[in-house]
Design a binder for this molecule. Structure first.
Ligand SMILES: *[C@@H]1O[C@H](CO)[C@@H](O)[C@H](O)[C@H]1NC(C)=O
Ligand SMILES: *[C@@H]1O[C@H](CO)[C@@H](O)[C@H](O)[C@H]1NC(C)=O
Ligand SMILES: *[C@@H]1O[C@H](CO)[C@@H](O)[C@H](O)[C@H]1NC(C)=O
Ligand SMILES: *[C@@H]1O[C@H](CO)[C@@H](O)[C@H](O)[C@H]1NC(C)=O
Ligand SMILES: *[C@@H]1O[C@H](CO)[C@@H](O)[C@H](O)[C@H]1NC(C)=O
Ligand SMILES: *[C@@H]1O[C@H](CO)[C@@H](O)[C@H](O)[C@H]1NC(C)=O
Length: 487
């Protein structure tokens, strides 16, 4: 009897660990912070777009294939990242397993709400034609499909919509999309999920773009962006803080009143990439202006920005870039990166006014387009036939493919590890293991004392968290099934 109780406790521990979830983040002043601990959160991330834009269709998107996500979550854990950005998603597909794998690995996700399909994004040439209810089925569909996952860090309302070719009024339309998304979230989500914009690095309008979305409007408080992403490739090879122009960016964004981060970085003009910019981005000079960044991109595609190569036979080769990046992440001082700073969080937004805009070619008025009745109905009543998502239980496991290092030798010790509740993945200075937690290894035999204490704390935290209740249910019913099989 005793033996079988201890087996049950061990099993409970393993199952309970599958209910673990990262803690939702929130925006506080110019920082992202952990809503539970108050620690600052800086993005140590990767842009995730396997297969490029052609890897997307209404039948398949980057978060719809669980085996690929399991493989990538394990390899990303090892690399030491805490966030991925995913560009093109289809609301009607099932994303539960993929999102649960990343969540279990302690990895957040930032999602673009747009798609490359017809009516899937704003048209920068004629924004008024694309600001329509069909477009908002995509936008609100993404919100519905992902709002219940605790590891959704935020949504991008647009990516590089504003550039030199964009119609003069485009900024007002993007700000209207931000407004509509935030109003939708306020009405239909249990949690405030931040909404931001990802900008192209067009220096002569970069700060105008930032200020246009950042400023406060008394007559439309929800239309201000919650964060600002910058796609910038100005640091190539062994550039320096000055030669890359990072010093100018830091100065420019030093007075920002919302979190700013690199939504893409990693110039590949010099190969292999050495990623020396990592020490600058997370170094003392830049961290008060920036909240980290995302390296472009995970898989090797035609444009040669990949960190891993997916081989024809399904195996994976880690490229030298992966190893170099892992080495750079391993040198980061995580205690400093996570330390909160009250002068960062106590900032106030300026009122919108034409003086904020410096370029004559940039829109300097904030009369936003009014919402069409049908879009308003979606916001009032929720999207009809809306998709939904919720975490499912996942457990620590080995991954289904062979992995080779850049030298061609097989790396056999790669495992997907479910972290304990509230844990975030982080870089490791040894480069082989990335987690600060070992309590969740399902193969551990553990005594009944440590098992039950882990089980208790896990379920308590999970139960107190919005959005995690279904996972807990999954874990508990799984426990009863297992209990039945043991009896
Ligand atoms: C795109 O939206 C417009 C305007 O609502 C509509 O006329 C058109 O049929 C839509 N196209 C598709 C493929 O849904
Ligand atoms: C909010 O959470 C509660 C309890 O978990 C749930 O019943 C409700 O449906 C949720 N509401 C939304 C809008 O997701
Ligand atoms: C930031 O604010 C300080 C103090 O108000 C000001 O002196 C400085 O010029 C500002 N920097 C930028 C780039 O706007
Ligand atoms: C706290 O933030 C302020 C303003 O961003 C910055 O000047 C200061 O150096 C930071 N302090 C620490 C200890 O990082
Ligand atoms: C698969 O392809 C890779 C790269 O071409 C090769 O190194 C490996 O030996 C192949 N076979 C297996 C089983 O991974
Ligand atoms: C709202 O305020 C902005 C500036 O703060 C102004 O440009 C805009 O015309 C106002 N809109 C309405 C409908 O009053």
């Amino acid at each position: 009897m005793i033996a079988s109780y201890s087996r049950i406790f061990t099993a409970l521990c393993a199952l309970a660990s599958t209910a673990a979830a990262v803690t939702p983040l929130k925006v506080d002043g110019k920082d992202f912070v952990n809503s539970d601990t108050g620690d600052r959160f800086q993005i140590i991330g990767i842009d995730y777009q396997p297969g490029g834009q052609s890897g997307f269709s209404t039948k398949k998107d980057p978060l719809s294939d669980p085996d690929t996500c399991l493989r990538d979550a394990a390899l990303m854990q090892r690399l030491g990242i805490n966030t991925i950005r995913v560009y093109n998603l289809e609301p009607s597909l099932n994303h539960d397993k993929c999102v649960s794998y990343f969540n279990g690995a302690g990895i957040y996700i930032i999602l673009d709400v747009n798609s490359p399909l017809d009516n899937g994004s704003l048209n920068r040439g004629e924004p008024w034609t694309s600001y329509n209810p069909v477009y908002f089925q995509q936008v609100f569909g993404i919100i519905e499909a992902f709002k219940s996952y605790p590891n959704v860090l935020g949504f991008f309302a647009g990516n590089e919509v504003i550039n030199e070719d964009a119609e003069y009024l485009v900024p007002a339309y993007v700000r209207a999309v931000i407004r509509d998304m935030k109003d939708y979230i306020a009405k239909h989500s249990n949690r405030t999920i931040p909404v931001g914009y990802s900008a192209a690095d067009v220096r002569n309008i970069l700060m105008d773009t930032d200020r246009y979305f950042e400023c406060h409007m008394k007559n439309s408080t929800s239309s201000q962006a919650d964060f600002f992403g910058l796609n910038s490739y100005s640091w190539c090879g062994k550039a320096s803080y000055k030669s890359s122009g990072y010093n100018v960016l830091t100065e420019d964004f030093s007075n920002s009143t919302m979190p700013v981060f690199f939504s893409e970085y990693g110039c590949n003009e010099v190969k292999p990439r050495v990623f020396t910019e990592v020490q600058a981005i997370y170094g003392e000079e830049m961290t008060q202006a920036f909240s980290g960044g995302l390296v472009y991109e995970w898989t090797e595609e035609d444009n040669e920005y990949g960190l891993i190569q997916v081989n024809k036979n399904g195996s994976v080769t880690l490229l030298v870039d992966y190893e170099n990046l892992q080495g750079q992440f391993g040198k980061l001082d995580m205690d400093r990166i996570q330390s909160s700073n009250s002068s960062q969080t106590s900032v106030t937004r300026e009122e919108c006014s034409a003086d904020l805009i410096t370029s004559k070619k940039f829109l300097n008025a904030w009369n936003l387009p009014t919402r069409l009745t049908k879009i308003n109905n979606y916001i009032e009543n929720g999207l009809p036939n809306k998709p939904s998502g919720s975490l499912v239980s996942v457990s620590s496991t080995s991954i289904p493919v062979k992995v080779y290092g850049s030298d061609g030798n097989e790396i056999s010790d790669i495992k997907y590890k479910v972290l304990a509740d509230g844990q975030v993945n982080k870089p490791s200075s040894t480069g082989t293991s990335s987690s600060s937690s070992s309590s969740s290894d399902s193969s551990a035999s553990g005594t009944s004392t440590s098992s039950s204490s882990t089980g208790t704390s896990t379920s308590t935290n999970a139960a107190s968290m919005n959005g995690a209740s279904s996972v807990l249910v999954g874990g508990v019913s799984g426990f009863f099934m297992l209990l039945a099989s043991l009896m």
